[in-house]
Design a protein around this ligand. Structure first.
Ligand code: UD1
Length: 344
C-alpha cells in the first residue's frame, strides 16, 4: 500500500482527496496547520471511509518540523501539496504573507524530497496562470499571462520552481493540476467547503445566502462581453477533482508519466456564467436566491473554461457530475453543517 503525504489535507479539496485516496487503498498522512481548516474534517473522513488518517498539525514553513514528520513516516512515495493560501483579495493587501507561505513551504518540501529520496509530487495549481486566454477553451500549452494578483503569481512562480527543480534532479517527478473552479461537496454531506468569515468565492456565498447567513448575493457585473453579460467560469465538482488526484498519484507511483514535469487542466470543459449558475442553483435546490447585480469586481477574468481533451486522454479521467448535482451537493452540505451544529 503506497503511503501518501497530503499537505493541506484537512482543507476543502484536500479532505475530499483524502477520502478518494483511502477508498482506493492508499495510506494517507495529513500535514496541516489548521490555519484555514478545522480538524472536524477528520471526523467526516472517518465517517465516510471508516479510516482515520494520521494527522500532524504542523506548518510546512517550519523546515525542522517538516523534516521530523518525514522521519516519523518513512517510505512516503508521493506528496500531494495542497497547503497554500488562496484568497485573491487578501494576497493583494498582504503579498508577503502569500509569497512567504506558498513559496516557503514548497521550497522546504522540494529540498526534503531531494534529501529523503521522495520521488513524486502532485501540485495544486490554478487556471489563474492563464489570465484571460486569447483562445477558449484554454489548453495546457496556452501562454502563461502576467499574474493579476500575488496569489496568482505564487502559482506561476511555484510551477517555475518545480520545473527547474525537476530538471536538475534525477529522481523527482511532478504533476501540476491546474484547477478551474472547484465547487460542491461529498455526496454524504459529511465534508465540504468551510470558508472562514465572509466567503470570497461564488458558490459558498450562494449557499450562505440561501440559508440566511448572508442577506443578498452580489453578482459582480453584467456588462461583460458574454451572452448574458456576467463572467464565465468552469465549475467542477470537488469529488471529480479529487479523483483526478488519485489518478495523478498512480501515474507517478507507477512511473507512467511521460515527462518528469507534467501539467493538466482539471475542469469540465463547459463554461457557465454567474447568472446561469444562480439559476441552476435555484433549479437544483428549489430555493429562491436573493441577488442583485452590482459593479464588476476588480481583477476578475471575463471568461475562462478548460479544454479537457489532454487530461481526458492522458489521465483517462473525465469530470462526471452535472452542474445541478454539483450545486445540490453544495447545498446539502450547507444544510447538514447548520443542522449538525458545525465543527469545533
Ligand atoms: C479565483 C481565481 C482562482 C483561485 C480562486 C481561489 C481567477 C481567474 N481565479 O477564482 O485561480 O483559485 O479564486 O479563491 O483569478 N462572483 C460574484 N459574486 C460573489 C463572488 C463571486 O458574482 O459574491 C463571481 C465572480 O465575479 C466570478 C465568479 O463569480 O465571475 C467566480 O468567482 P470566484 O468563486 O471568486 O472564483 P474565481 O474568481 O474564478
Amino acid at each position: 500500500m503506497s503511503k501518501i503525504l497530503v499537505t493541506g489535507g484537512t482543507g476543502y479539496i484536500g479532505s475530499h482527496t483524502v477520502v478518494e485516496l483511502i477508498n482506493e487503498g492508499f495510506e494517507v498522512v495529513i500535514a496541516d496547520n489548521l490555519s484555514n481548516s478545522k480538524s472536524g474534517s477528520l471526523d467526516g473522513i472517518e465517517k465516510i471511509t471508516g479510516v482515520r488518517p494520521a494527522f500532524e498539525q504542523i506548518d510546512l514553513c517550519d523546515k525542522s518540523k517538516t523534516e521530523a514528520l518525514l522521519k516519523k513516516y518513512p517510505d512516503i512515495e508521493a506528496i500531494i501539496h495542497f497547503a497554500a493560501y488562496k484568497a485573491v483579495g487578501e494576497s493583494v493587501s498582504q503579498p508577503l504573507k502569500y509569497y512567504h507561505n506558498n513559496l516557503g513551504s514548497l521550497i522546504n518540501l522540494l529540498e526534503l524530497m531531494q534529501q529523503y529520496s521522495i520521488p513524486n509530487m502532485v501540485f495544486s495549481s490554478s487556471c489563474t496562470v492563464y489570465g484571460q486566454p486569447e483562445k477558449l477553451p484554454v489548453t495546457e500549452d496556452a501562454p502563461v499571462q502576467p499574474a493579476t494578483s500575488p496569489y496568482g503569481n505564487t502559482k506561476q512562480i511555484s510551477e517555475g520552481i518545480i520545473r527547474d527543480t525537476v530538471a536538475a534532479s534525477a529522481n523527482i517527478n511532478c504533476i501540476a493540476l491546474r484547477y478551474f473552479n472547484p465547487v460542491g461537496a461529498h455526496p454524504s454531506a459529511l465534508i465540504g467547503e468551510l470558508p472562514v468569515g465572509v466567503p470570497n468565492n461564488l458558490v459558498p456565498f450562494i449557499t450562505q445566502t440561501a440559508i440566511g447567513i448572508r442577506e443578498q448575493l452580489s453578482v459582480f457585473g453584467n456588462d461583460y462581453n458574454t451572452p448574458d453579460g456576467s463572467c464565465i467560469r468552469d465549475y467542477i465538482h470537488v469529488v471529480d477533482l479529487a479523483k483526478a488526484h488519485v489518478v495523478a498519484v498512480r501515474r507517478l507511483v507507477e512511473n507512467r508519466n511521460r515527462a518528469k514535469f507534467e501539467m493538466f487542466n482539471l475542469g469540465t470543459g463547459r463554461g457557465v456564467s454567474v447568472l446561469e449558475l444562480v439559476h441552476a442553483f435555484e433549479k437544483a435546490t428549489g430555493v429562491k436566491l436573493n441577488y442583485k447585480i452590482v459593479g464588476r469586481r476588480s481583477g476578475d477574468t471575463e471568461q475562462v473554461w478548460a479544454d479537457t481533451a489532454y487530461a481526458n486522454k492522458e489521465l483517462g479521467w473525465k469530470a462526471q457530475s452535472t452542474l445541478e448535482e454539483t450545486l445540490k451537493s453544495a447545498w446539502d452540505w450547507e444544510v447538514y453543517y447548520k443542522e449538525s451544529g458545525g465543527w469545533k
